[in-house]
Write a protein that binds this ligand. Sequence first.
Ligand code: PGA
Length: 252
Amino acid sequence: MKTALIIGNWKMNGVSSDLAEAMVLMKLLQVSNHRARVGLCAPPTLVERLARLLAASDILVGAGDCHAEANGPFTGDISAEMLADAGAKMVIVGHSERRATHNETDAMVGAKAAAAVRAGLEPVICVGETLAQRESGEALDVIGAQVFGSVPESLSNAGEIVSRVAVAYEPIWAIGTGLIPTIAQIEDAHRLIRETLVRRLGPAARGVNILYGGSVTPGNAAQILRADEVGGALVGRASLKAHHFMRIIEAA
Ligand code: PGA
């Protein structure tokens, strides 16, 4: 079994004073015998300071998005290379909040994932259906198409690199709502993602961590993380409090 990957997604939350919460997490991790790899994706303004603060820990610092180009006339954007330069090790791409509010397409998400790999970052590629798609029975078709379109083909047969890519299944209706799919629905989605990844990237895709995200809490994490093909979690709200996040990490 591959080591589980538990990633906190701070979204657009976090100012200097919240660095204390990251320090608490680091201290909690140092005295726990957890087995997961842990990531913390924060606003870009905090990446450099977090990377410095957490340098003595195994926590992988990351960001919530990157641009596909390495540099150029893209005012306000940040490239994967810049994040790596600031000390980041991973980056979330294609989160549904960005797909919705920045009109990001699968092709754009795929380009960002390829940029992350180019810069030496681990991309966390997000997919997931809307409630309407779930209710009309289209969820698996939507998820399969998103994986196929958002995972760059350039990673096929990339061997070792492929195992540093993660895919997060995040049903949009479960994000921040307190609702979660049934374990059977999660397993169906994760098995489909695995099959699609192997079809797209070859056998090395068996090493990709497929994370579940959407209203993961200390209360439901253990059950979700035990489900077939669930290789970790992408945690929003519950990652903002170190003690809550720690309980999810320990459930892995
Ligand atoms: P949530 O967010 O845990 O607050 O539902 C998850 C996410 O959007 O990554």
